[in-house]
Design a protein around this ligand. Structure first.
Ligand code: ADP
Ligand code: MG
Length: 331
């Protein structure tokens, strides 16, 4: 069977069925944002992500510095999504031999600058030549946590929250694809003043900076939005064996996204519900956290329902977010 038929998540299920992690101290293997390994009263969290040219990035629109920054950011996001603190990073490169050494230095400057913000140590990696002029960066991040928060754990009656505006990154990508040029984010007001209103979208796409939750409230389940809000909420609900009700009126849309959607002639809600790579935390809690986070819906027993602005209910179809092997992917 072709991967395009079973899809990315079907493939991951197939791998998980083939390879069980049987060791007693493996608390979580395949299936969450990180693997979790018990170490006395703490957990080690381990996550790995791969960025490959032509699939995850286009060097016509992203600088090497931004790419390095993002390669660490996507991994930090997974550690934060489990309530952990990132500590040690390993990064591996498959690089075409005609790439300039200065570009790889810029890539590592991006990694270093974000690592400094989170007090992360780069402790190793691997390097190889790549064929077909295709650059690949793989990052593995190790973190620690006293109490892990899983995708599994949401209960009926919990509220669903998102920690930041969704759809920002995919709109940023759409802008870059329309412009077909790299952006100097630090000098936008001088280099491209007309793009200043879109800066938060471009920044979210090129140099996302993940943020940990700041609350002592009970968080019952959590994921970071990498595949799209609805698809990632669906991951929480599949693992927690619950449903969701999300009124689209509750989805926060930033002013930048509204303005960019007009410029792009696109529906802002499509970016917000289905756009990938936001790396915002999506979580559930029985508590009222509306003073700090966006309350976007509620956990219900079975159905997965989106309620439009007219009050019409639609059942969620699992075909809108990002899947690496399916042709209906939107980002
Ligand atoms: P995220 O978007 O949070 O990075 P993914 O959707 O990439 O998560 O992965 C979901 C789960 O599947 C994770 O536990 C990850 O480690 C696991 N996984 C993904 N690809 C593979 C693979 N090729 N082999 C083994 N495990 C995998
Ligand atoms: Mg994740």
């Amino acid at each position: 069977m072709k991967l395009s038929t079973i899809g990315e998540f079907g493939l991951i299920r197939c791998i998980a069925n083939l390879c069980h992690a049987d060791a007693n101290n493996v608390i979580l293997g395949i299936g969450d944002d990180c693997a979790a390994i018990q170490n006395n009263r703490q957990y080690w969290l381990v996550t790995t992500d791969l960025l490959t040219e032509g699939i995850h990035f286009d060097l016509r629109f992203i600088t090497f510095y931004q790419l390095g920054y993002k390669s660490l950011a996507v991994n930090i996001s997974d550690i934060l999504a489990m309530g952990g603190e990132p500590e040690f990073f390993l990064t591996s490169l498959a690089a075409p031999s005609d790439i300039m050494a200065e570009d790889i230095e810029a890539l590592y400057s991006g990694i270093r600058d974000l690592a400094v913000q989170f007090n992360i140590s780069l402790i190793g990696g691997d390097t190889t030549a790549a064929q077909n002029h295709c650059l690949t960066i793989s990052g593995t991040l190790i973190g620690k946590s006293d109490a892990i928060i899983r995708r599994k754990g949401a209960s009926v009656g919990d509220k669903i929250y998102i920690a930041g505006y969704p759809g920002q990154s995919s709109a940023g990508l759409a802008i870059l694809q329309k412009l077909q040029k790299p952006i100097d984010l630090d000098n936008l007001a001088v280099s491209d003043p007309s793009l200043v209103p879109f800066a938060p979208l471009l920044r979210r796409h090129l140099t996302p900076t993940p943020k940990a939750l700041r609350t002592n409230a009970a968080i019952t389940a959590m994921i970071d939005v990498s595949d799209g809000l609805l698809q990632d909420l669906n991951h929480i609900c599949e693992q927690s064996q619950v449903g969701f009700a999300v009124p689209t009126d509750k989805i926060p849309i930033s002013q930048s996204l509204l303005e960019a959607s007009v410029w792009l002639n696109k529906d802002p809600l499509e970016f917000a519900l289905r756009g990938g790579e936001d790396y915002e935390l999506l979580f559930t809690s029985p508590d009222d956290l509306t003073s700090a986070y966006f309350h976007i819906g509620d956990i219900i027993a079975h159905d997965r329902i989106i309620i439009d602005s007219q009050g019409v209910e639609r059942h969620y179809q699992n075909n809108g977010g990002y899947d690496h092997f399916k042709t209906n992917s939107t980002s």
